[in-house]
Write a new protein. Structure first.
Length: 115
């Protein structure tokens, strides 16, 4: 099994309708794409009720696996595109990914094994 090391995962959680902007911005900053997952949840800025029943706003999660060296550039693009410095607009965080399988094209492009 071929695996690649030195990658990170940027997890971005935004309100419904914002994920495409996030993916476009991250691609422009060097990411190859992203995975969008739909969900529900609330933050401290989103406590809403309808007829006394709590409403959980719809969210979109964008998962973006990138080479470590692109982290700052892609994260900055995501923050700008999602207006994440504005309260209630979303959150993005970065996780280390110790090993990745399935991105062999990354090895072929660089012409070297990153193991």
């Amino acid at each position: 099994m071929e695996t690649v090391h030195n990658h990170r995962l940027i997890v971005t959680i935004v309100n419904k309708g914002w994920s495409e902007k996030i993916v476009e911005a991250s691609r422009a900053a060097g990411a190859e794409g992203g995975t969008i997952i739909y969900g529900r949840g609330t933050g401290i800025h989103e406590r809403q009720m309808l007829f006394g029943i709590p409403i959980e706003p719809e969210k979109e999660l964008v998962l973006t696996v990138i080479p470590r060296h692109l982290t700052e550039k892609v994260l900055a693009a995501i923050v700008e595109a999602g207006d994440l410095n504005k309260p209630g607009s979303g959150i993005a965080f970065v996780l280390d990914v110790p090993q990745v399988a399935g991105i062999v094209h990354s090895l072929q492009k660089s012409g070297k094994d990153e193991n």
